[in-house]
Design a binder for this molecule. Structure first.
Ligand code: SAH
Ligand code: SF4
Length: 381
């Protein structure tokens, strides 16, 4: 008999499962706390649950994380894990510590079907969706590992960004219960403002997310017009910029933050010219959308045939946006000694040693319109 993996359930799902076992719903809350707040996987340990329930659980359920294939720690404290999801597939999660927070970058799929030109995950193609349990297992493992590793009693991970492998909004059914578990006070208790879904622009699912589980939204824009975006982010052919920006505008009515973050990967000679910045300014002005830009220096890999924009060009681009009144940040690389990067992660266990050079990043340079000068404040995501 196969048992249910309890990492697959948000609290409502766990309550329904408990009811199926003939147990009261409130038992689910206790169980949920044991699993997520205390990191327990052995029912025998859960001493405040009735013995009869523990026995039922032992026969019908399990709490099963993902096997860790490798763990690498960077000199700057960034830690990357490669998790085995079976059939030769692996997904990565990256922990990025900062003074005021700890961010975990989480994967939603093994591979990705969107196929963006500048993304090594996209170049690998799509293997499969992760289950809710496989998404949550990344946080469950990382949080409880880090508490021990850093000898901390209290929570270590304060922010989650769905910026690992995969397009989260193409795995919507598994994503939403995972997000609910991250937000639940009986589990990780993360604030909606500190859980970010990053999407290449799956328009109908942006609307559904706004209705079902509004969290912070980052949209991977990368181009100021449809011609160029069609080429860089093939999903644009299905959901062009005007529709995408309309969806962003609608999302703002539900969003926990009063702006959308636009991510823009800076590609040498492709999308980094002053003309592109002017088009972007026009685009967001025409829409009147409240947004921030995050410029990402491209992490090159040979198969892409693309190069990173030189830093002065990135800064000049940021200055143009900033002078037009758009808050713009430039990401600084993190963890480059361990090839750890959100959105740049290896999917195939066999190929992982050949994976493109990758870096985890955080934003540090903030060009604030009010100051019109580069300042080095860390901007919250
Ligand atoms: N599929 C989602 C989330 C995962 S990608 C999305 O596309 O938004 C997370 C981020 O990493 C995206 O903004 C993506 O554009 C960026 N990214 C992908 N490849 C990159 C590369 N080679 N260098 C820098 N950033 C990259
Ligand atoms: Fe998929 Fe995001 Fe990579 Fe595009 S950038 S291929 S959507 S993971």
């Amino acid at each position: 008999m196969t048992t249910a993996n309890l990492l697959d359930f948000d609290l409502d799902g766990l309550a329904a499962f408990c009811e199926r076992l003939g147990e009261k719903r409130f038992r689910a809350t206790q169980l949920f706390r044991w699993i997520h707040q205390r990191g327990a996987s052995d029912f025998a340990q859960m001493t405040d649950l009735a013995k009869s329930l523990r026995e039922k659980l032992a026969g019908n359920a399990r709490v099963e994380g993902l096997p860790v294939l490798t763990q690498q720690e960077s000199a700057d404290g960034t830690i990357k894990w490669l998790f085995d999801v079976g059939d030769g597939n692996a997904v990565e999660a990256v922990f990025i510590p900062e003074d005021d927070r700890g961010t975990l970058c989480v994967s939603s799929q093994a591979g990705c079907a969107v196929g963006c030109r500048f993304c090594s995950t996209g170049h690998q193609g799509f293997s499969r969706n992760l289950s809710t349990g496989e998404i949550v297992a990344q946080l469950w493992f990382a949080e409880h590992f880090l508490r021990k590793h850093l000898k901390r009693e209290e929570r270590v991970i304060s922010n989650v960004v769905m910026m690992g492998m995969g397009e989260p909004l193409q795995n919507y059914a598994a994503l939403v219960p995972a997000l609910r578990t991250m937000l639940d006070d009986n589990a990780y208790g993360l604030s909606r403002r500190r859980v970010t879904v990053s999407t290449s622009g799956v328009v109908p699912m942006i609307d559904r997310l706004g209705a079902d589980c509004p969290v912070a939204l980052a949209v991977s824009l990368h181009a100021p017009n449809d011609g160029l975006r069609d080429d860089l982010v093939p999903l644009n052919r299905k959901y062009p910029l005007a529709e995408l920006l309309d969806a962003c505008q609608r999302y703002l009515a539900h969003a926990p933050r009063d702006f959308i973050t636009f991510e823009y990967c800076m590609l040498d000679g492709v999308n980094d010219q002053p003309e592109h910045a002017r088009q972007l300014i026009e685009l967001v002005r025409a829409q009147g959308i409240s947004c921030k830009f995050n410029l990402i220096p491209f992490n090159p890999f040979p198969a892409s045939g693309l190069l990173r924009s030189p830093q002065p060009r990135v800064l000049a681009f940021a200055k143009l946006l900033s002078e037009a009144g758009i808050v713009t940040t430039v990401r600084k690389t993190r963890g480059d000694d361990i090839d750890a990067a959100c959105g740049q992660l290896a999917g195939d266990v066999k190929d992982r040693t050949n994976a493109a050079r990758r870096m985890a990043e955080r934003r540090t340079v903030v060009l604030h319109p009010a100051r019109k000068k580069a300042a080095s404040t860390v901007q919250e995501q």
